[in-house]
Design a protein around this ligand. Sequence first.
Ligand code: BG6
Ligand code: MG
Length: 216
Amino acid sequence: MLRRKGAIFDLDGVITDTAKYHYLAWKRLASELGLYFDEKINERLKGIGRLESLEIILEENGQNFSHQEKEYYANRKNQYYVEMIKNITPKDILPGVTNLIATLKAWGVKLAVASASKNAPTVLKNLRIIEWFDHVVDAGRIKKGKPDPEIFLVAAQNIGVKPWECVGFEDSAAGIEALKRAGMLAVGIGDKEALKDADLVVKDLTFITPILELFF
Ligand code: BG6
Ligand code: MG
């Protein structure tokens, strides 16, 4: 069986629960603008860039804004989000993550973060885990967002591992699609139905090590 040599992690909703802060920040902006927004629409935003997320909310509401307005309101959402992530500490690392990373390191697996978020460096710094990773993809340099495979291919290249030798960890449908298109093994974290295209779906990362032993 093929032994995998790289592990690529999404950040929001995988390493820490910042997915809930993205949701709350959009919710606040939407209510200020009198736009409808709920958990179901939010599911479509996971893994998707800031401006594109606003475009989805507008589309769901049958509305359109000028490019300038979109920039303005996406920036306002980001201000709410930045305020929320200010107080993140290592205590906010999700269950199972620390253990999993330590195990992968012990197995000699190369590690990367592939997050669509321009706030990823701040979140990683606040969690004090930036040094765990061999590479963190700079979201600002990626031309096409998830579900395009680019971000995962760039991550694999930077850790010197072939795409098909990588396992990716994702909580979003867009991210799972991106991983599959990159030719990687996709582990979904969250809801089985929302992540039905993943090779494997788990509720969280506790107790995943025995399963991963089959792949690495
Ligand atoms: C992803 C989140 O990780 O980053 C999305 O899942 C978010 O919800 C995207 O929109 C972009 O984040 P940011 O911090 O650059 O607005
Ligand atoms: Mg995510």
